[in-house]
Design a protein around this ligand. Structure first.
Ligand code: ATP
Length: 243
């Protein structure tokens, strides 16, 4: 992709190993600020591991990651967690109300969540305020995913990492979440990085795409590259996923 905007996150020759096995190899690339970029690739390609590097859960063995042109290692953990929010497919809830779940990040910092923040975020994700007092265990899969996104958004992250958040949802809920992702990006200018197995989503929602395979970044650019990939392995992957 041409560098017409600033990078929110930049990888420079990043390697990551676990128990002596190389999981990510020489990753060099960037995620444009305030845009939606999808990450696609076969299972085990290293996409989730890349996310864990981005929010500081793990650190590279070599190479460097920059967030807003500043080395990731120079961020305080609390500052990094606030800047980079993450929502996962499992959307695990703690026992109790939706409000309690939304307040988790504040609680961890010994703060109280402002009432209007909870209301703003629950409305943003398309649920009405009565949901705040519902028990999280009674939510449907789609509602739980929306609450999980709202829970990440309460800290107003500049960068939002979404890991396969629509894979277990029905078509209608998927579409609602897709619309929500676009709305978050437009409302707050949030940089969004979105792992998805769904190439239709990558083509229609994500402006840019990273294609990862076997721990490497094999193709990157505007999402339209998925229509005519240059790399033979990507061609095979795209063909397989579209059948
Ligand atoms: N903590 C770990 N220890 C050892 N191996 C790991 C660890 N975490 C991930 N791996 C391995 O690293 C590789 C990449 O895993 P990762 O979960 O990042 O891939 P992925 O692209 O997100 O896959 P999926 O689409 O299935 O979620 C896999 O082979 C996985 O088994």
């Amino acid at each position: 992709m041409t560098k017409d905007t600033q990078a929110a996150i930049q990888f420079s020759h990043v390697d990551y190993q676990s128990d002596g096995t190389e999981i990510l190899h020489n990753i060099t690339g960037w995620f444009p600020k305030k845009r939606i970029t999808t990450l696609v690739g076969p299972s085990g390609a290293g996409k989730t591991t890349l996310f864990r590097l981005c929010n500081g859960l793990i650190s590279p063995d070599s190479g460097e990651i920059y967030i807003d042109d500043k080395k990731i290692s120079s961020y305080e953990p609390v500052e990094l967690r606030r800047k980079v929010g993450i929502a996962l497919q499992s959307a695990k809830m703690v026992p109790g109300t939706v409000r309690k779940n939304l307040a988790l990040s504040f609680e961890l910092q010994g703060k109280e969540m402002p009432i209007d923040t909870a209301e703003e975020m629950i409305r943003l994700v398309g649920l009405d305020e009565s949901f705040l007092d519902r028990n999280a265990k009674d939510l449907s899969g789609g509602q739980r995913q929306k609450v999980s996104i709202a829970r990440t958004l309460v800290m107003k992250p500049e960068i939002l990492l979404l890991d396969e958040i629509t894979s277990s949802l029905d078509r209608v809920s998927q579409q609602e979440i897709e619309e929500l992702i676009v709305k978050i990006n437009e409302t707050y200018g949030t940089t969004i990085m979105w792992i998805t197995h769904n190439l239709r989503q990558a083509l229609s929602i994500g402006e840019y795409t990273w294609v990862m395979m076997d721990g490497e970044l094999v193709e990157t650019g505007e999402s339209s590259l998925l229509k005519e990939p240059q790399n033979a392995r990507v061609q095979t992957f795209v063909k397989g996923e579209s059948e």
